[in-house]
Write a protein that binds this ligand. Structure first.
Ligand code: HEC
Length: 124
């Protein structure tokens, strides 16, 4: 019994070492410190999303049912919605006034950013 127990501890430790060794996978900052186009777009979207968090949640996951979650929705869908609010094709007392102030670049960056976030049914 005692031997089995220490073996179990050993394998737990072994696993922990392996995990920490593989800690520098994808997602770690690039060594050059330069951002590619995709990262720039994400960054721009993230900055602009401060204006949306209050209603749509900090990561695009809203806790209030009347505010739809945006995380993980297709970019084209989000972009289409924002353009429709802006043009008046769709109208909502809150979104219409928010969308009125968005440029084409804002809409692209915001929808790209929200589409990149894990949605509510994701395991992340
Ligand atoms: C004052 C609260 C509020 C703020 C701030 C706000 N929204 Fe909204 N948003 C809403 C509400 C409410 C709806 C649902 C309106 C409807 O039913 O048409 C909505 C809907 C949307 C939709 C359509 C979602 C869908 O599935 O139909 C998108 C996309 C969206 N918002 C993006 C944004 C972005 C991007 C920002 C920041 C620039 C933002 N919203 C800021 C309240 C807000």
């Amino acid at each position: 019994m005692k031997v089995n127990y220490s073996l179990a501890i050993l394998s737990v430790f072994g696993g922990a070492v392996l995990l920490s060794l593989s800690g520098c996978g994808p997602g770690s900052p690039s060594s050059e410190g330069e951002l590619n186009e995709e990262q720039l777009l994400l960054q721009a979207g993230q900055q602009r999303s401060r204006a949306c968090m209050g209603c749509h949640g900090p990561k695009g996951l809203s806790r209030v049912q009347s505010y739809p979650s945006l995380a993980g929705r297709p970019q084209a869908y989000l972009e289409g919605r924002l353009r429709a609010y802006r043009s008046g094709e769709r109208s909502d007392p809150m979104m219409s006034s928010v969308a009125r102030n968005l440029s084409d670049e804002d809409i692209t960056a915001l929808s790209y950013y929200y589409a990149s976030l894990p949605g509510a049914d994701s395991n992340d």
